[in-house]
Design a binder for this molecule. Structure first.
Ligand SMILES: [Zn+2]
Length: 332
């Protein structure tokens, strides 16, 4: 499985794939485009709503007048489907979502869709239908298998093409980090689901993984091992997992809003529903939660991931430059 010699560019060219690697606020976009009008294109995941205009502009350039037939989502976190509405307006395309999330989209149940819990934005879009785990979906010229995953999001799918053994993993597997195990944060048995997801991916033995964030990679065995170690550490110390979620969601919030008064940010980290439920699930006292919040902000400031401008927390200029670079990158 560990095959660093795989030629990612040649594999993607054969499958008609272009990966647009983005930052943390927006997921990667995976475009299937044969380049002919006859075979209309499909886009897997559309990024965050704040970047929707960029996503549409990129598609216009890449498709150069050709149609986009479909959007397919790995899961419906705001950073993966936040561009759905804008892309749908532009192309009048179908939108296929994981079947377990279909009713929530049709009723726009933003409680179940997590946007209220995380205080993240997502413009309403219309779903054409649901993709069932165990089914196949045509992406480009080949059928891809849809597999159910759990842990990060119990309704998420990953898509696997068995001949090339390319896996579109969404947030089920990243290269060096582990996505928040939201099911565990909510007090459920999410770590078990996350382990089962890693087992599933190992059994598929992908040669190339296209993660939801970060560059496509081939050292899959190593990535699985790193994820398992991280997961085991979180299981031993669930408070560490809570602290990780605190940091990741706070950074996401600041990547979106750029600046926030320190006191307001502190209050946000305490009261945002997904985090409030997380600390309650651990039986954490408010005083302990506030201590973790302060430690988290101290660490982000010490690591220069945030700066303090008077009493306002802000992203340092380097983060802005990084965003511009990520935007300019075009293809992965
Ligand atoms: Zn996600």
């Amino acid at each position: 499985m560990n095959a660093p010699s795989v030629d990612i560019a040649a594999t993607f060219a054969e499958l008609g794939i272009e990966v647009r690697e983005r930052g943390w606020l927006s997921s990667n976009n995976v475009l299937f485009d044969a380049g002919t009008p006859a075979e209309a294109a499909t886009l897997v995941d559309t990024g965050y709503s704040l970047h929707a205009a960029q996503t549409v502009a990129w598609l216009r350039r890449r498709l150069d007048g050709r149609a986009l037939r479909r959007i397919v989502n790995t899961h419906l976190h705001s950073d993966h489907c936040g561009g759905n509405a804008a892309v749908q307006r532009e192309y009048g395309c179908e939108v296929w979502v994981p079947q377990p999330s279909l009713a929530a989209v049709r009723n726009w149940d933003d409680g179940r869709l997590t946007y209220r819990a995380t205080d993240q934005a997502c413009e309403r879009f219309e779903a054409t239908g649901g993709l069932r785990p165990g089914s196949e979906v045509w992406l480009g010229a080949r059928p891809w298998q849809a597999w159910a995953t759990a842990g990060h999001d119990p309704e998420a799918l990953v898509y696997f093409e068995p001949r090339s053994r390319v896996l579109i993993a969404g947030d089920a597997l990243w290269h060096e980090r582990l996505a928040i195990v939201f099911e565990a944060l909510a007090g459920g048995d999410g770590f078990v689901g996350a382990h089962q997801t890693l087992d599933l991916i190992a059994s598929l033995a992908p040669r190339v993984v296209i993660p939801g964030h970060g560059a496509p990679f081939t050292d899959v065995t190593q990535a699985l091992l790193a994820s398992r170690q991280r997961l085991a550490a979180f299981e031993r110390e669930p408070e560490e997992h809570f602290a990780y979620a605190l940091r990741a969601l706070a950074m996401f919030h600041l990547l979106e809003h750029r600046r926030r008064p320190y006191a307001q940010m502190r209050a946000w980290m305490f009261a945002t529903p997904v985090l409030a439920r997380g600390r309650q699930a651990l039986g954490m006292s408010p005083a302990r939660a506030r201590a973790l919040i302060d430690a988290c902000l101290d660490r982000l400031l010490a690591g220069a991931q945030l700066t303090l401008d008077g009493d306002v927390l802000a992203l340092p200029p380097a983060t802005r430059a990084w965003r511009t670079t990520a935007k300019k990158k075009g293809s992965g």
